[in-house]
Design a protein around this ligand. Sequence first.
Ligand code: KG4
Length: 338
Amino acid sequence: MSIVILGIESSCDDTSAAVVVDGLLRSNVIASQKVHEEFGGVVPELASRAHQQNIVPVVATAISRAGIDKHDLSAIAFTRGPGLLGSLLVGTSFAKGLSLGLRCPIIDVNHLHGHVLAHFLRKEETDRVPEFPFICLLISGGNSQIVLVKDWGNMTILGRTIDDAAGEAFDKCAKVMGLPYPGGPHIDRLASEGNPNRFHFAKPHIPGLDYSFSGLKTSFLYTLRDAVAQDPDFIAKNQADLAASLQHTIIEILMDKLRRAVEQTGVRTIAIGGGVSANSGVREAVASYCERYGLEAFIPERAFTTDNAAMVAMAGYFKYLAKDFCQYDSTPYARVTI
Ligand code: KG4
């Protein structure tokens, strides 16, 4: 009999549901919330309400697109954390209710594990997946971590940010430039037309494999403040060069520690994940580094870089095989590491 897993993701501002059958992805539906745009960031209460509106149609669509019936489900996997508590509560409660109605087990998934395990999502049996161990550079709006993945359930953080995440650096600097939220994709687009060596921003000197991005943010802010004092149109005139130089610095910071992690561990397979792994420059930097040193690179499809339920269903599939279910008294958590 097939193993059919429904995944539900509601940790931030995307309501998503996906179905994985015997380890192969059958559907992945995402409803993104536009309601936050005018506020320049995610408003938690609005996010929870939008999840409530979206979750029934999103789950129903994922099930019908997968060509299955809800009674075929072997288990329901849901993101338990980290994320916004109100948002997580919607997915968690929905998963519990549906599982009680269908009499199938529930599986709690750590959202960060999901990002790592997204690399095992396959549409065909022949699709390439990483072999253990591999290193995953997990870079999103809330996290920047170098993870040593020894097995699907055995992950060690080799380095993490001590302050801002890489995505925050993109978003906060973009905000200073007057770009809409989230700024990362806008910087990416502008950077393709700019000179990455025009401006130089501060880079951190943090020991070990940890990251820091708050100094870069301050340095970016001061550069702009001084320049705008001389010429009020400075940002508008130099948008592309500012974006390209900022992106270049963020990539250098990320790559420096990633290279050290590879040297220290001797691991030959590198994966990237999380929202910032959608960035063209980051993807190119990782791909060319791996090519140069004969390492195997796993760069996810852009659809699987940001929050999605496909990765939750995949993580749920692994846990299902290990009979690792959770109880109905399990509650969401806002913060957790790998
Ligand atoms: O993993 P994710 O969807 O969720 C959170 O951690 O909340 O990551 C969102 C982050 C945001 O900071 C966004 O600006 C960034 O990913 N991001 C990008 C790009 N696409 C999304 N950053 C740089 N370039 C991109 N193309």
